[in-house]
Ligand binder design. Sequence first.
Ligand SMILES: [Cu+2]
Length: 361
Amino acid sequence: MTTVLILAVLVLVAIAIWQMTKIFELSQLKAETSQIANDSDNKTNGYLLFAFLIFIYGITIFSFWKYSKFLLPEAASGHGEDYDYLMLISFVIIFIVQTLTQALLHYFGYKYRGEEGKKALFYADNDRLEFIWTIIPVIVLAGLILWGLYTWTTIMDVNDEDDPIVVELYAQQFNWTARYAGEDNVLGDANVRMIDINKANILGLDESDSYAADDIVVKELHLPVGRKVNFKMRSQDVLHSAYMPHFRAQMNCVPGMITEFSFTPIYTTSEMRQNADVRDKVKRTNEIRAERAANGEENSDPWQFDYILLCNKICGKSHYNMQMKIIVETQEEYDSWLAEQGTFAETVLKQDSSETAMNMQ
Ligand SMILES: [Cu+2]
């Protein structure tokens, strides 16, 4: 009902404006009524171009001032700095070119506006000018692409140098599971066909593979700071994407194949919590949460920063909530945490052998 009323009011206002315009036109009968733009019209449009130019510059500056706080904080991985620098340089180049070309475009629009008696110059082409405005973008873009390719191949080079830890990230609708390779640092074979929910073999580890016995399956990812990690991604069902924004890392998880990504975390979780941008974000979030708490709304508990693994492929209805906490800590903290986790042999296989023993009795 309210919508109908609002629509009726809008229609009436539109009719009123139309009628008023007609009255205004009738009262101006003696004035110029030609549909052809005259010098004064062209000049007004020229000034409007400048007004639009100021508007786009203004909105750019406003967006930087208002929204740059939503960008990610400093990268927390070894390669993250190169990645961010490449993005920064690309942004700076786009920003400078955009500012200059828009100013020239609008200025020439004004300068060569239509004027009574002025005839446009017929100017077919100019090889030198065309060469200049072709070669400059070619050099800049080729430079950016080559630099980007170099950065890409460096980041994507997953190898066994520097004694990396091997961790599997297993994606399924709608959660993540991590598997550490254990003492031997080799992941045991696994296949979705070997999943046995009754024995809690949720990743389908091959029970006969000796490499699998010391594997450790967990629901929270712990990483030691300064140590390279080689991730191997698997998916149980559909395409997922392992996205760790603070480490500038993302890799698709594809059913039926193993994909890889490698990085070295350089700041522990507690160091990152001291980062100025992170503290600012936590403060802003907790102000909103305090307000929610005062109003008795949900999701009002104070929040503290943690690294996170998210799914970045829309994989189903609960995709938005497919995440896992990542804790980066010192080597000692990591070692003692890992020692507390049961291996595949201690959990699934042990249960298996005790069942067999019971059956034999
Ligand atoms: Cu997903």
